[in-house]
Design a protein around this ligand. Structure first.
Ligand code: SIN
Ligand code: CO
Length: 395
């Protein structure tokens, strides 16, 4: 069994990456993800882009820019073969959420296990012929740009902010000026470039080229507030009208002191133990939600096939197109899968799910306390898959 090494330079620890580079500085990791090499060919990706359920975009760049016309065009899926006829010289096709189509690819997240699952977004792939790009731009999230096939030249420039202006009238967020170029390298298959949020970047295919973006995410406060309202709905006490002090005031007025009194009760709730549980539950629901709809798995093993595969040495792994996370709420370990709290699971099943969530590949010896029908449910839900290949977890 081959262990999957961490995607970091050999001499760098997880702690060093997190303190010196994460959200601060870009990092080139030569041959950081060798397992990606040979996994996909351009034809695989072009075929997948045509699938009805794929989240794909075809971005084309006009050969010459007509006055007042946008230079770029975006066509979103469903894409048809005809969309690929008569393309201009420079184009790119992007597919999001690729781990949904390939759990083997999703398993490569294990090389990034210094990034917790709840901060992972998805793996996007781009195919472009020589000269293709998606323009100079920045992203709001951290991304690991892994070269899977061919070569791409990456340039990095200024760090942007909300005031950075984009070219007007274009359907994608691009700009012309990246400021001083601080990084300029051609990546080859297996190389990985870490780009922190807001860093301007520009990647141009040097030949037929596949780039896999292992993208991260962070929740925003609006999502938490929204989720808090949902969670609070299950709490009947919160529907009781508040008792409020009354002062003598004109009948048309809503005195700031009344709003302050309401605010004080809200703050009191949020800072109480009950508030802490509500916030924990709300955060867990947000960060364990998947961004893309789950696809119904096309082929599922039968329970007998599952049991015999595991008996023959296959390993059960988390399917990283799902989010499986655990936390402690009110002194109890709680597991969330794709935005749902799992309340009715046995302690043995909970232990196994926690190990899967931590990227452990489990064999017969780890699973004998759990009912095989329960494991089948996890596979049907898309939380786990059976790997009979040769990758094993990194210990
Ligand atoms: C690409 O793969 O062409 C673009 C990826 C990115 O810039 O985030
Ligand atoms: Co980008």
């Amino acid at each position: 069994m081959i262990a999957l090494p961490l995607c970091l330079p050999k001499s760098m620890s997880k702690a060093q990456f997190l303190s010196e580079y994460w959200q601060k500085k870009p990092l080139l990791i030569k041959n950081g993800l060798p397992a990606l090499v040979g996994m996909f060919e351009p034809e695989d990706i072009l075929g997948l882009a045509l699938e009805e359920d794929a989240s794909a975009r075809l971005i084309t760049q006009a050969d010459s820019k007509a006055a007042d016309a946008p230079q770029w065009q975006v066509k979103k899926s469903p894409l048809a073969e005809a969309d690929f006829d008569n393309l201009p010289k420079f184009w790119t096709v992007l597919i999001q959420n690729l781990e949904q189509w390939s759990p083997e690819l999703g398993a490569l997240w294990q090389a990034f296990d210094f990034i917790p699952q709840w901060q992972r977004d998805d793996i996007m792939v781009s195919f472009a012929p020589k000269g293709g790009s998606v323009g100079k731009h920045y992203d709001d999230y951290d991304v690991f740009l892994a070269q899977g096939f061919g070569h791409r030249r990456w340039q990095l420039g200024k760090v942007c902010d909300e005031s950075t202006e984009f070219v007007a009238g274009e359907p994608i967020r691009i700009f012309d000026d990246m400021g001083e170029i601080v990084f300029d390298e051609v990546l080859e298959a297996g190389d990985v470039l870490y780009v922190p949020p807001k860093w301007s970047h520009f990647g141009v295919a040097q030949d037929d080229c596949l780039t896999f973006s292992f993208g991260c995410r962070r929740p925003n406060l609006m999502q938490i507030i929204d989720s808090l309202a949902d969670v609070a709905t299950n709490n009947p006490a919160l529907f009781t009208p508040m008792l409020l002090p009354q002062s003598s005031q004109p009948s048309g007025a809503l005195e700031p002191s009344s709003i302050d009194a309401i605010r004080a009760q809200l703050v009191e709730l949020l800072t109480s133990n009950q508030g802490a549980s509500l916030i924990q539950q709300a955060v867990c629901e947000v960060v364990s939600k998947r961004q893309y709809d789950a696809l119904v798995p096309e082929e599922l093993p039968t329970t007998d096939e599952l049991v015999s595969a595991i008996t023959d040495g296959a390993r059960l792994k988390a399917d990283f197109s799902s989010r499986l996370i655990y936390t402690v709420i009110d002194n109890e370990t709680v597991i969330f899968a794709n935005g749902q709290r799992l309340d009715d699971i046995s302690p043995a099943a909970a232990q196994v799910l926690m190990q899967l969530a931590d990227s452990k590949a489990l064999g017969l010896e780890d699973l004998n306390e759990v009912d095989s029908d329960e494991v089948m449910d996890w596979i049907e839900n898309g939380w786990a898959w059976v790997d009979d290949g040769e990758l094993d977890e990194l210990e």
